[in-house]
Design a protein. Sequence first.
Length: 134
Amino acid sequence: MGRVAAAGAVLVALVVLGAPPAAAADLSGVFQQMVKFECYFINGTEKVRYVLRYISNREEYAMFDSDVGHYMGFTPYGEKQAQCWNSDPARLEYRSAEVDRYCRHNYELASPFLVGRRGERGAERVPSDPALGV
Ligand SMILES: *[C@@H]1O[C@H](CO)[C@@H](O)[C@H](O)[C@H]1NC(C)=O
């Protein structure tokens, strides 16, 4: 029985480097928006958990967890977003279905790269490991 995770990330970084001469003193910096998709597999695809994380400037402000079934906010902004997203049943249904549409669908493709989450042994190639009985 292997507990493994696969993750994907979408990273949007907006960098303000050059600025018009007149505003050069106050226009430089960066903000970073990340959305991370995680799939946790327990005993192959028998039990699957999907987690979607929203991160702004390295701070996770909201997440969706398929085990919970709704969004959770971790900052005032995140709580507001989560409340808004949770009020849309179609959105919750869409996210809940990601365990099949996204995780199970990509399991075979991703299995050579799955990362073991127990111990520190590193990546395990789950489907071909006879000790795991898969
Ligand atoms: C693992 O999943 C298979 C079916 O995919 C099931 O037959 C077996 O009982 C499961 N093993 C455990 C330890 O849950």
